[in-house]
Write a protein that binds this ligand. Structure first.
Ligand code: CP
Length: 313
């Protein structure tokens, strides 16, 4: 088991062994989170800055809790209340945060490549919390962690990702992680949002919803990324929900043990029927819980912590 990277910028550049190292280490941290005393001293004296220039609920708060559980100091940067508003650049902002002794910069930004850029100009560890439509690596790690926890493995599973693939950083990171770990990945949605070119990433593309979910072990639903679409990609939300929303009739035609995933935020009644979001097969909130352990593992490993090892995959 190995981890030598100073930053976590994407899943594309990780090996399958590195992904497994994060998942195994996260399993150890999940056990820590179930103890009465949930804190460990691994990052005592370190400073973590959440540099979020796009909205977030789950990722920002779970990174904050992860840093606290590792005994680091954590500062949340608010773009709206910052000198971004006075024209300060991302590079100057990050250099100033580093001058204030930030050891980790966790960045979410609408520009693809923003974390990679910062990793070239900073000495601090840089962690990508979502860059444009490019990647969301910790989401893919928590998704694969959850699948492995629920199914006992990743290799050989049929995983269907449904919805707005084109504009989704979650989809790209999930595809990299799942294919590296040996899953069979199917993408489905309107042809405008799921172009055949995604097959170059080693997955299958279909526009037939019923066919896509029939043999799936895992159904991962994505919301429409309106904030990144520059033009109308389908006639109406109502038509999208009718053709590609997961409703009760469609759920009844899936494998009875297929799990339902969603990175959040969910749009009830659009990509997912409200009752399905809350049903026993939905692992949506377990994904959120697992995100905390996964982000603890990422902070710990990029800081040079010794990976925890396991034999099961
Ligand atoms: N899944 C996810 O990235 O959610 P947030 O935008 O709330 O962080």
């Amino acid at each position: 088991m190995s981890w030598t990277k100073k930053h976590l910028l994407d899943i594309e550049s990780l090996t399958a062994e590195e992904i497994i190292t994060v998942l195994d280490t996260a399993r150890g941290f999940k056990a820590v989170g179930e103890r009465a005393i949930k804190k460990v001293p691994a990052l005592r004296g370190k400073t973590v800055v959440n540099l979020f220039v796009e909205p977030s609920t789950r990722t920002r708060i779970s990174f904050e809790l992860a840093a606290q559980r590792l005994s680091a100091d954590i500062v949340n940067f608010s773009a709206e209340a910052s000198s971004f508003k006075k024209g300060e650049t991302l590079k100057d902002t990050a250099l100033n945060l580093q001058a204030l002794n930030a050891d980790f910069i966790i960045i979410r930004h609408s520009a693809s490549g923003a974390p990679h850029f910062l990793s070239r100009v900073l000495d601090a560890h840089v962690i990508n919390a979502g860059d444009g439509a490019h990647e969301h690596p910790t989401q893919a790690l928590l998704d694969t962690f959850t699948i492995r926890e629920k199914k006992g493995r990743i290799a050989g599973l049929n995983v269907t990702i449904l919805g707005d693939i084109l504009y989704s950083r979650v989809a790209r990171s999930d595809i990299w992680a799942l294919t590296k770990l040996g899953a069979n990945v199917t993408l489905c949605g309107p042809s405008t949002l799921v172009p055949k070119t995604f097959e170059q990433m080693g997955c299958r593309v279909t526009h037939d919803m019923d066919e896509a979910i029939r043999n799936a072990d895992v159904i991962n639903l994505l919301r429409i990324q309106h904030e990144r679409q520059r033009k109308t990609m389908f006639p109406s939300i109502g038509e999208y929900a009718q053709l590609f929303g997961l409703n009760q009739a469609r759920l009844a035609r899936t494998k009875p043990d297929a799990i339902i995933m969603h990175p959040g935020p969910i749009n009830r009644g659009v990509e997912i029927d409200s009752q399905i979001a809350d049903c026993g097969r939905s692992v949506i909130l377990e994904q959120v819980t697992n995100g905390l352990a996964v982000r603890m593992a990422v902070l710990f490993l990029v800081n040079g912590g010794k990976a925890l090892t396991e034999t099961a995959q």
